[in-house]
Write a protein that binds this ligand. Structure first.
Ligand SMILES: [Zn+2]
Length: 364
C-alpha cells in the first residue's frame, strides 16, 4: 500500500541548455520590471554583461562570500529599496541564491535584516525570487531554506517565504566550473538525494525523485568533473535539480548535520564537508531499504557504494581525514554539536555520542 504523503512546491521550473534566454520573458510573466541581480564573484562580468541586455536589472551585487554574510544581504536590501526593485535574482551557487532569498524576504520590511536574523519574524509581503544555479549541487533553487552567516555564526532558516518564485536551470552555466568545485558540488547533490531517501520524512514522492536523481548522478559524476564532459554536466544539473526537489520536502540528515561544525571549525566548503562523512554514514545506515537502493544503482551492496564514494573523494583530491584539515581537532565538540543538530533527528539511525565519536575516530 502507498503511504499517505504531502508534497509542496510552488516554484516555476525551467530546465534546459540555453534556458537563461527566457529570463526577460520570465520577469514579464511574474510582473516584475525591476530586479537586483546577485551573483558570485566568478560571475561578476557575466552579470554586468547580462545587465546590458536585460534592462529590468537595475543593480548588480557580486560581493558574495563563500559562506554568505548578513552584510551582503544588507547591501542587497539597500539596493532593492533604493531602486524600488520588486525581485531579487541570483546567478551563482548556493551562496548567491541564499543571499537573494534572504534579501527578498527583507525587502519590504520596516526593520533591518539584522533584526530578522536575530529573531524578528519576516513580513508576509516579500519580493519575488528568481534562482539561476551555476553549479550542479546546491538544490537551493527549489528549497525554502537559506543559510546566512554573521561572522562565524552560521544560521539556517526555513521559511516558505524563501521559496523561489521561479528558477532557471541552464546546464550551460556549469560548463566553466573548475573540476574540484564540480566534484564537491556533485557530491553535495549525491548527499541531498541519498539523505532525502533515508530521511525519516521520506515519502513515495520524494523516493521517486531521490532515486531518479541518483540514477542521473552516479554514472555521470566522475565524467563531469574529470573530463568536463558536457553531456555528463547536463545530467548532473538534472540530477541536482531532482535531488533538490527530493530534499525540499524530505529534508537532509546526518551528513548535513555533521557538515556544519566541520565547515565552522575546519573551513571545509559545504560539498566537501558533506562528503567527509558520506561513505561512513552509508555504512552505518545500511538497512534493507538502503541495500535495495545500492543494488538499483548497480552496486553489489552498501559497502560497495560507500567504497565508490571513498574512491571518488580520494582520486578527486578531496580531504578525507582530520589530519589534512585546518585547525585543531576537538572531536568531542564536533560530536556534540553534530548530534544535537536538528537535521540529525531525520537520520534513520540515532547515534549515541560514543558511537558518533567512534565513527569520527576512524577519520583522524
Ligand atoms: Zn547540501
Amino acid at each position: 500500500m502507498i503511504d499517505a504523503f504531502r508534497y509542496f512546491l510552488p516554484v516555476d521550473i525551467r530546465f534546459g541548455c540555453g534556458a537563461l534566454q527566457e529570463l526577460p520573458a520570465l520577469l514579464e510573466s511574474i510582473g516584475s520590471d525591476k530586479m537586483v541581480l546577485v551573483c558570485d564573484r566568478f560571475f561578476d562580468q557575466f552579470g554586468k554583461d547580462l545587465q546590458k541586455k536585460v534592462p529590468a536589472i537595475v543593480a548588480v551585487f557580486s560581493d558574495v562570500e563563500p559562506n554568505p554574510q548578513l552584510s551582503g544581504v544588507e547591501e542587497v536590501v539597500r539596493l532593492m529599496k533604493a531602486t524600488g526593485a520588486s525581485a531579487a535574482a541570483a546567478i551563482g551557487g548556493g551562496s548567491a541564491i541564499d543571499t537573494a532569498k534572504y534579501a527578498a524576504a527583507c525587502a519590504y520590511s520596516d526593520h533591518t535584516p539584522t533584526a530578522h536574523f536575530e529573531g524578528l519574524p519576516f513580513p508576509q509581503k516579500v519580493a519575488k525570487i528568481i534562482a539561476v544555479p551555476t553549479t550542479a549541487g546546491t538544490g537551493s533553487e527549489v528549497t525554502s531554506v537559506s543559510v546566512i552567516s554573521r561572522g562565524d555564526e552560521k544560521k539556517t532558516t526555513h521559511s516558505p517565504l524563501f521559496c523561489p518564485t521561479a528558477c532557471i536551470v541552464d546546464p550551460e552555466l556549469t560548463f566553466t566550473v573548475p573540476p574540484k568545485t564540480t566534484l564537491m558540488t556533485g557530491l553535495d547533490a549525491f548527499t541531498h538525494a541519498i539523505e532525502a531517501y533515508w530521511s525519516i520524512h521520506h515519502s513515495p514522492m520524494t523516493d521517486l525523485l531521490a532515486i531518479e536523481a541518483l540514477k542521473a548522478i552516479v554514472p555521470h559524476l566522475e565524467k563531469s568533473y574529470r573530463d568536463g564532459d558536457k553531456d555528463a554536466r547536463v545530467a548532473m544539473s538534472y540530477g541536482s535539480l531532482l535531488a533538490g526537489l527530493a530534499f525540499s520536502n524530505a529534508k537532509t540528515a546526518a551528513c548535513h548535520a555533521c557538515s556544519y561544525p566541520l565547515s565552522s571549525y575546519h573551513h571545509l566548503p559545504h560539498g566537501e564537508a558533506c562528503a567527509f562523512t558520506l561513505d561512513s554514514f552509508i555504512r552505518l545506515n545500511a538497512d534493507d531499504r538502503l541495500q535495495t537502493l545500492a543494488k538499483t544503482l548497480g552496486f553489489a551492496d552498501c559497502d560497495a557504494l560507500a567504497d565508490e564514494i571513498a574512491r571518488l573523494k580520494e582520486t578527486g583530491g578531496l580531504r578525507t581525514r582530520f589530519a589534512q584539515l585546518e585547525g585543531a581537532v576537538d572531536l568531542d565538540r564536533i560530536v556534540s554539536e553534530s548530534n544535537v543538530h536538528m537535521l540529525m533527528k531525520n537520520n534513520p539511525v540515532q547515534f549515541t555520542d560514543a558511537q558518533l565519536k567512534a565513527m569520527f575516530e576512524q577519520l583522524l
